[in-house]
Write a protein that binds this ligand. Sequence first.
Ligand code: HEC
Ligand code: HEC
Ligand code: HEC
Ligand code: HEC
Length: 352
Amino acid sequence: MNAVLRTLLAVLGTTVLLTACERPPVDSIQSGPRGTGMQQVYNPRTLAANAGKHTVPEALPPASSDGPKASAVYQNVKVLGDLSVGEFTRLMAAMTAWVSPEQGCTYCHNPANFAEDSKYTKVVARRMVEMTQHINQDWKAHVANTGVTCYTCHRGNPQPVNTWFTPVEPKQTKRAAGGDAGQNSPAKSVALASLPYDPFTPFLLESKPIRVAGTAALPEGNRSSIKQTEWTYGLMMHMADGLGVNCTFCHNSQSFGNWETSPPQRTTAWHGIRMAKDLNVAYMSPLTPAFPPERLGPVGDVAKVNCATCHQGAYKPLNGESMLKNHPELAGVKRLPPATATGTPLASAAGN
Ligand code: HEC
Ligand code: HEC
Ligand code: HEC
Ligand code: HEC
């Protein structure tokens, strides 16, 4: 092969490689000490193309809190009774815009009788109001005062775009005696890595341990297997993908396990894992019987929440803009709040 041909092939090879990744130039921003590879890489064109996705809709004009309470005027209000009729009506209009803009009020209501609970969507929506208030009141360690509204997850869709179901276990192949743990099938849930494709059931519904790294220099006492580690990496791929960041947004590459050298975002993420689990266990799963069978997943479970449900590719949902400030009625629970997980990453036992 002559030199020219070899150069040509090399150039071609590079082109092929580059087109498989994102086209340069990209911006990289250093986010930690030098030499630790703590950089976030952003593609300005992708950011520009997705900007609309993270923009908040205009808020409805505020309503007066004067006048009779909804509980005094309506027949069947169980959660929003403290609002004035004006505030109540404004929230109904906002919920319609956030969840069912095309279907309108009748997505949840029988127009002949707004008080009846005949549509499952109304039953679910009532619990969703409580769930939203619970997030905003009891999960400030994650959502801060920015908080969430229905729009954070729904974005104008009756069903949020990013949710997950427990998948059916595939028929075991001869190759992988004892189950393939979801390997060898690049899955969207783990950013197309060949890792276990359901990192959600063990970590965002059940409480399987996430921590796998040894804490001693020599390999003693650490019983975590490579297989367990791959599940952890599956969850991490989802978290990075769901937030549109690299691993070093939350980790110092010197030690992925060490908290002292990790950026503060990792602690926020720690609370996020517990929050997603709490929402799935305390709100989503118990709603299963309310949903019609065709809305359930392959194993009969309800659609559930993960990081991407709210974040949708942004490191703060809606780029950190608060819609809650225009909807104080969603900021707190008026009734007894359900039990919430508390604690800090450092104080908790490994994996919890
Ligand atoms: C996403 C579901 C959803 C949509 C869309 C929706 N509502 Fe509601 N609506 C509810 C829920 C849930 C309640 C009960 C609230 C409670 O229990 O505190 C309710 C209650 C009501 C009530 C009180 C009825 C009574 O007598 O008990 C009225 C009136 C009402 N909605 C009007 C509207 C109007 C008007 C629209 C359209 C602009 C609308 N709703 C859109 C979920 C919805
Ligand atoms: C943390 C994310 C989150 C928030 C916040 C949220 N929802 Fe949901 N909602 C979900 C998920 C997940 C489902 C199940 C989706 C599915 O079945 O595909 C759902 C389902 C629903 C459904 C049933 C839709 C259908 O077609 O089956 C309604 C109605 C609904 N939500 C209303 C609301 C309202 C109203 C609010 C605000 C008060 C709200 N949601 C806030 C995550 C959220
Ligand atoms: C949004 C923040 C965030 C991102 C992004 C992230 N991680 Fe994590 N990572 C965490 C948190 C939080 C924990 C601890 C979870 C727990 O203890 O519940 C963790 C734990 C781990 C662990 C286990 C550490 C131990 O103590 O055993 C490994 C390994 C890991 N991450 C690797 C990665 C890799 C590789 C990536 C990129 C693909 C990544 N992480 C991306 C937040 C993040
Ligand atoms: C119910 C919606 C919701 C879910 C689900 C959710 N988050 Fe968040 N997250 C938020 C909001 C809102 C903020 C912004 C808080 C603020 O303004 O400081 C946030 C902020 C963060 C931050 C801090 C970003 C920064 O720059 O300071 C990290 C990290 C994060 N989330 C990780 C996660 C991970 C990992 C998951 C899944 C395990 C997750 N989140 C699930 C709503 C959510």
